[in-house]
Ligand binder design. Structure first.
Ligand code: C2E
Ligand code: MG
Ligand code: MG
Length: 601
């Protein structure tokens, strides 16, 4: 894409960036070329000496030379401090001025300056020689030496400059070029993206990943892998350099088997798609390495500036997200445009791997939130799952629990929390003899597992927690979705003496007839009703109705998320049995929970 940018301009210099000549020129000459040149020049670390300086040097040289020839012939004299000095004695001063101009030209103006200086010196030579050999002016002999020495000086300065320049160019070249394929590298690509964002014109970033490249490397070796990457790079470079796609493209290799294509100069989204398709289709031709025919495919995800995002990092990550979606979906369509939905998918995948990691390393832990009766007497604790990421930041269960449910890890999460909390709770009961209950949350998936019941029995045995001190919290939706199976499980648990609580009550659609069929011990009124209870009369009446109906059916009722005195007062008035909320206790570490139990019993 940087093709018509010849060596002089072929440089993006933010200290070290430039466009190497090896990234050949695009034949297509559009206004974009100018933008690129500007971009590149703006990056120039070493500023070029201005053209005006060159003209001034040339004028000074000519003026000096004219002055020399005029003064050399003049017979006039000028008195200085009363001494008459002939004009020709000043010729040497102007001659030195001319020589200095010539040296500056060769030094600061590269090839152009050097050849101008050389020409001027060569043109001067016959005049000096004529002075000596034709006019027999012996005073011109030093002029011949001066002339020759200047030519030697400017030539050696020029050659030296060239050598340094070539070396610097090589260094810069390496910094921005991928050594394997010769394409621009990640650094160059990101710099270009930043420059294009600053420019403000629309463009698309395409993140490309070769499918199953690891497999090729593993089975055929790195040399074959490298040969394939080189072949792919050269095909794509050909499309970009020759404007085959019809858009202005920049292809770079950013790491291993990942490439980034930047597309500009398009009208509609179809143009982007058409361009990408060409990069995809060129891979359909077989690649022959060591007499073996190979076929590769790639995944392409793209994001547009400024439509999808307007910062470099976001654009790149959005294009990556789209590319990963192609890989994940295994669909026959290998090109996907970024959409915000993909971020949710990304986050799910990120959290899934964190959950797996936490399960594997057993770093998943729990907090215990106390529950109290209305006289502030401790009823027990609810075990709540907790997870931290590698930086030690908490990840909210509100976020990771639904994902664990979605990806089928919730039973493992429940199980780990249950086991750890039960072991602690068993020891706590033994130590303190307290009459308290441990509540654990169980998801529908977990409850429906055939070995759920055995697991409960096993944990009770290991931990020594009596069955009647264990409470299983089930959300209302379980009952609605799978009544029969749920009933069967619940009956079994009840037979063992385990308590059953219905969590988040009021948020689902369970009818009274269902409730009647479930042998439940406790209804947990959802926090959302408690929140509104003192601002909305209907919410207050709703909570009061739940409590009354719960009592009629023989259940206890606990209110969740009680935060202030007014709520507590109202709950007392309408006959609530228990509360769980920040007002009397946030979720605690096991050490703090133990302290609370010892303080209260
Ligand atoms: P939940 O079972 O309804 O748990 C109560 C949630 O309300 C907890 O949030 C608790 O910290 C919060 N909470 C309690 N009192 C207050 C209060 O006064 N104010 C406020 N703002 N919040 C209060 P947490 O720990 O974030 O858990 C969220 C949900 O995640 C739980 O809701 C439960 O459905 C689920 N969960 C937590 N641990 C587990 C687990 O081990 N297994 C399963 N399946 N689900 C779990
Ligand atoms: Mg709960
Ligand atoms: Mg709840």
């Amino acid at each position: 894409m940087f093709t018509n940018l010849q060596s002089g301009y072929g440089i993006i210099k933010t200290n070290i960036i430039f466009i190497p000549e090896s990234w050949e020129l695009m034949k297509k000459d559009t206004g974009n070329k100018k933008i690129l040149e500007k971009t590149i020049n703006r990056f120039s670390a070493r500023k070029k000496a201005p053209l005006s300086g060159y003209i001034i040097l040339l004028l000074f040289y000519l003026a000096g030379s004219i002055a020399v020839s005029f003064l050399a012939r003049s017979k006039a004299e000028i008195p200085i401090f009363g001494i008459p000095l002939p004009f020709y004695s000043f010729a040497g001063v102007f001659s030195v001025v001319s020589e200095i101009c010539v040296l500056f030209m060769a030094f600061y103006y590269g090839k152009k300056g050097y050849f101008t200086a050389l020409c001027l010196q060569i043109v001067q030579m016959p005049m000096v020689l004529m002075g000596v050999f034709v006019q027999h002016k012996l005073t011109s002999i030093p002029g011949i030496f001066g002339n020759l020495l200047t030519i030697i000086a400017i030539t050696s300065a020029y050659l030296n400059n060239e050598r340094v320049e070539r070396f610097q160019k090589e260094m810069r070249d390496q910094a921005v070029t991928d050594q394997l394929t010769g394409l621009p590298n990640r650094f160059a690509c990101l710099k270009l993206i930043a420059a294009l964002i600053e420019k403000g014109d629309k463009f698309a970033i395409v993140s490309i990943d070769i499918n199953d490249f690891k497999g090729i490397n593993d089975t055929m070796g790195f040399d074959t892998g490298n040969a394939i990457l080189n072949e792919i790079a050269s095909r794509w470079k050909n499309i970009a350099d020759n404007s085959i796609s019809g858009t202005l493209d920049f292809i770079s290799r950013v790491s291993g088997d990942e490439f980034v294509l930047i597309i500009r100069d398009y009208q509609r989204e179809e143009d982007i798609l058409n361009t990408i398709k060409q990069y995809e289709t060129i891979l359909h031709n077989r690649i022959t390495v060591d007499n073996t025919d190979l076929y590769v495919t790639a995944s392409f995800g793209y994001a547009e500036f400024p439509h999808d995002a307007n910062t470099k990092d976001t654009l790149v990550s959005y294009a990556d997200a789209a590319m990963h979606e192609v890989k994940r979906s295994h669909s026959s369509n290998h090109i996907i445009h970024f959409t915000p939905d993909l971020l949710k998918v990304e986050r799910t995948i990120e959290l899934e791997s964190k959950i797996r990691d936490a399960l594997e390393k057993e770093t998943l832990f729990y907090n215990l939130q106390p529950q109290f009766d209305m006289d502030h007497k401790l009823r027990g604790f609810e075990a709540l799952a907790r997870m931290k990421d590698v930086d030690g930041n908490f990840i909210s269960p509100g976020e990771f629990i639904p994902i664990a449910e979605k990806v089928g890890l919730i039973d493992k999460v429940d199980d780990m929390v249950f086991r750890k909390a039960a072991v602690f709770f068993g020891e706590l009961l033994q130590k303190t003899g307290a009459d308290i209950v441990l509540s654990v949350n169980v998801s529908v998936r977990h409850l429906m597992r055939n070995d759920f019941f055995d697991e409960i029995c096993e944990v009770l045995e290991i931990s020594g927690v009596p069955a009647d001190k264990l409470e299983i919290e089930i959300t209302e939706s379980i009952m609605i979705d799978s009544v029969d199976k749920a009933l069967q499980c619940i009956d079994q648990l009840k037979e063992m003496g385990i308590r059953i609580a219905i969590d988040d009550f009021g948020t689902g659609y369970s009818s009274l007839s269902y409730l009647n069929r479930f042998p439940v011990n406790l209804l947990k009124v959802d926090k959302s009703f408690i929140d509104k209870m003192n601002t909305s009369e209907s919410s207050r009446q709703y909570v009061a109705a739940i409590i009354s109906i719960g009592h009629i059916m023989g259940f206890d009722v606990i209110s969740e998320g009680v935060e202030d005195e007014d709520q507590l007062e109202t709950l007392r008035e309408i006959g609530c049995d228990y509360i769980q909320g920040f007002i009397w206790g946030r979720p605690l570490s096991k050490e703090d929970a133990e302290k609370l139990v010892t303080d209260m019993t």
